[in-house]
Design a protein around this ligand. Structure first.
Ligand SMILES: [Zn+2]
Length: 127
């Protein structure tokens, strides 16, 4: 049985999906490594950390811990986003806006391969 091509269905060019998939996968690996590094840099995760710090050292640790948390949260968010784009890719919905169902601008995807909403919907969300 011959598979019929549905030309009316909006889809991201198939031949582009493979490099995007490997890009997303390698980005996730890279970010996970970054995430681990950040967690290691958190003074709170230092096993040699003494609990009898001077208040000055304590403040430094607090700042370091805060910074690590902010960075880690940012990286984790990116990983989640990339994983989402990857799962959409696997079900053949990559490049289609999750909100409005329209094709996401390819220029936008070229810059941010992990995006899952079009620029219009993203702006709506930010409101
Ligand atoms: Zn949209």
């Amino acid at each position: 049985m011959k598979k019929t091509d549905n030309d009316t269905q909006l889809k991201f060019p198939q031949k582009l999906l493979k490099p995007i998939k490997s890009f997303l996968e390698s980005e996730i690996v890279r970010l996970k490594r970054t995430e681990k590094g950040i967690k290691r840099s958190d003074p709170f995760s230092d096993p040699g950390r003494t609990l009898e710090n001077s208040s000055e050292e304590d403040a430094d640790e607090q700042i370091g811990h805060f910074e690590a948390q902010v960075k880690a949260r940012f990286v984790t968010k990116q990983i989640v986003q990339l994983r989402r784009a990857l799962s959409l890719l696997k079900i053949g919905k990559y490049g289609i806006c999750e909100s409005c169902g329209k094709m996401i601008d390819t220029d936008r995807l070229a810059i941010h391969p992990g995006v899952t909403v079009c620029i219009k919907c993203e702006k709506e969300r930010e409101k």
